[in-house]
Design a protein around this ligand. Structure first.
Ligand code: NAG
Ligand code: NAG
Ligand code: NAG
Ligand code: NAG
Length: 374
């Protein structure tokens, strides 16, 4: 099955590359470019490559200041880590350039894809409402891109391009975390049973996948939710119990992960040609938090940048009410860069598992198989 898919993808791409992107007399280019399949990125701060730089939101919801970006870029880009994130590595493995944020001024070429993700975003528009680009708005941006591609390339070619693309998602954590932080979403949250609430989050994600499918999207890559109740920032949440995980939160992530897998499996059966790749971020992260040295890290729960216990108070860069924060010497010794976000090194390890990992971590196929890159 994988072989058939690969051949099929290459045919589609070769066709689109030959007829559109590359001038037909440019044979050398044709062979170089035929493997490029666009990458469209949706989600939250694990994937935001700078969209929040361009929206009106507090500094605490942005990462466009030092020391974010210090390791790889040497300057802050808006990514919530010291360097690259998962979509950056996936783009590299797929031989694509870095995928730019949709809101970057002057951006008008979407042939390699574009990134819609926004730090703090959830699947529900009540999550950090008015401070982030929620998933439904990200979808509406995608529809703008689709329209523009259609105007440029024509309906059939735009659809071919969109069908060859991979759609990466990291979404849902904030829907469950935000009600702990903000009263307004707390009221909203508390008016539903846990089951109903998870059902709404899943329902909104499902809606987005289906809408992308209608526009031609076929290949979806999902990051599962992590053990969010054990992410360092959450270890500070229970007064008098500093260092213990918030188990209810982790439990919701587990239920969410089971449900989203069911949905993806069902969609793959119901929607002709749809394929998905699910990366078990939950287990990969739990293993590193619990056993950092096994993966080459010195610290699991203690983070590189922040303050307070575990340095997990999210004040990296000192933009909160307090200016003071600590910064480690070597981020690659740490699993987490700040209280909520992995270091570049962790992101790289995850990206490798997602791209080419075996079925213990990534199933039913990995992104490379989904891409059909040969
Ligand atoms: C939330 O999004 C839905 C679409 O999913 C929209 O109909 C609704 O108006 C939005 N609500 C708010 C308060 O923005
Ligand atoms: C949330 O509500 C509690 C009690 O209702 C109040 O003490 C607290 O100040 C509120 N917090 C915010 C951020 O509004
Ligand atoms: C999406 O979320 C909204 C709340 O933001 C909810 O009212 C709606 O029912 C959800 N949609 C689905 C299909 O679950
Ligand atoms: C998956 O993990 C198990 C247990 O750690 C291991 O024995 C097995 O070899 C792994 N599978 C693959 C395909 O590597």
């Amino acid at each position: 099955m994988a072989t058939t898919l690969r051949l099929c993808c290459i045919f589609v791409l070769a066709f689109y590359a030959a007829s559109l992107v590359i001038p037909s007399n440019c044979v050398g280019h044709f062979f170089l470019q035929k493997e490029h399949k666009p990458l469209f990125v949706f989600g939250d701060s694990l994937f935001d490559a700078g969209n929040n730089n361009y929206i009106n939101t507090p500094k605490t919801a942005q990462a466009n200041f030092w020391p974010y970006g210090e390791t790889y870029f040497g300057y802050p880009t808006g990514r919530y880590t010291d360097g690259r994130q998962v979509p950056d590595f996936i783009a590299e493995y797929a031989k694509l350039p870095l995928i730019p944020p949709y809101l970057q001024p002057g951006l008008n070429n979407y042939v390699y894809g574009v990134n819609f993700a926004s730090g703090g975003a959830g699947a529900l528009n009540e999550t950090h409402q008015a401070l982030v680009i929620d998933l439904q708005t990200q979808l509406s941006y995608f529809k703008n891109v689709e329209k523009q591609l259609r105007q440029k390339l024509g309906y059939a070619q735009a659809k071919k391009l969109l069908s060859s693309a991979v759609y990466l998602f990291s979404i849902g954590s904030n829907d469950y975390i935000a009600p702990l932080q903000f009263n307004i979403s707390k009221e909203f949250f508390e008016s539903y049973s846990q089951e109903e609430f998870i059902g709404m989050v899943i329902g909104n994600i499902t809606h987005v996948v289906k809408e992308i499918y209608k526009k031609g999207g076929r290949k979806f890559g999902f990051l599962s939710l992590g053990p969010i109740g054990c992410h360092p920032a959450l270890l500070l949440f229970q007064p008098g119990k500093i260092g213990s995980c918030l188990d209810e939160l982790t439990e919701m992530a587990q239920i969410h992960n089971k449900e989203i897998l069911k949905v993806l499996h069902t969609l793959q059966i119901k929607l002709n040609g749809l394929r998905y790749s699910y990366f078990d971020f939950y287990t990969s992260m739990s293993e590193r938090l619990n056993n950092p040295t096994k993966y080459g890290f010195k610290e699991g729960k203690k983070v590189c940048c922040g303050r307070g216990p575990y340095r997990a108070i999210n004040n990296c860069g000192g933009k909160g009410p307090e200016k003071e924060y600590e910064l480690c010497d070597n981020p690659s010794d740490y699993v987490f860069f700040d209280g909520g976000h992995p270091t570049e090194r962790t992101n790289q390890q995850f990206s490798k598992l997602m791209w080419s990992g075996n079925s213990n971590f990534t199933w039913p196929c990995n992104i490379q198989e989904l891409c059909g890159t040969l």
